[in-house]
Design a protein around this ligand. Sequence first.
Ligand SMILES: [Mn+2]
Length: 321
Amino acid sequence: MIRLKNELENVKTVAVAGHIRPDGDCTGSCLAVYSYLQENFPEISVDVYLEAVNPNFLFLKGADQVKTSCVEDKKYDLFISLDASDKERLGEAVKYLETAEKTLCIDHHITNTGFAGENWIDAQASSTSELAYQMMEEERISRETAEALYMGIVHDTGVFQYTNTTEKTMQIAGKLMAKGIDFSRIIEDTFYRKTYVQNQVLGRALMESILLLDGKIIVGRIRQKDMDFYGVGPADLDGIVSQLRVTAGVEVAIFLYETGTQEYKASLRSNGIVDVSSVCAYFGGGGHVKAAGCTMHGSLYDVVNNLTLHIEQQLKEDKEE
Ligand SMILES: [Mn+2]
């Protein structure tokens, strides 16, 4: 366990960074640590690096101060990595990790091997935001910091639904509610709200999805030309794989979107039997047992074939047990 107050001795400059394509938990934990340090340690200069901020998250304190470019050559006393499962996932900000005096890695991805000087990796934690909360002193958490932490927990637990939600998760969420946050609005505006085109793309992916292995695997995909047609980016595709997963009879949902010629970003979700983090790790990706991702090369046929082979293998082993 890492406590922020114990890490700040002789620290005058801090860089906080999350993973590329930051999600709710990544953005929430980074902005929470950022505002907590600013509010409680005004003598320390803090920068927060994120590739981009989802427009729905802009209400969070400090979201307008996020540095999206890493062109400046700065050497920090302390670098804090949040929710990044490996160094490469830090994107350009990795250069600050490499030059910093001291480095911390706080994460809950099972595939994280611990790339910093000090690592706190708890795969049982619902979210990095849940860990970030524990790094702080309860009485020093402001309403604004609480909003960011709560949003992070909400996103990684699917609004307290996924099995990573624990009694502790709910206790922490309760403490954050007590800070006076508008929790209903946070859930509605950042988790459920979709734009018209996001819903259209979701519909398109569902309509064109296919079932494999007697309906145990569902595959949905969006081509680059579809994304161009609807005018959407990768961030608009969040939630599609979750919707595929709830299809009755399905064990694993695969969602693919084209990122280049013969290149696909794959998101996998499991309903329990299959460990998709090991499937994705085999292809150089990672994540959690029930939610993982990787980048795949080859034709759509090859990509689907390669992924389903590994899934089929695990389903077979489960049957034999
Ligand atoms: Mn997370």
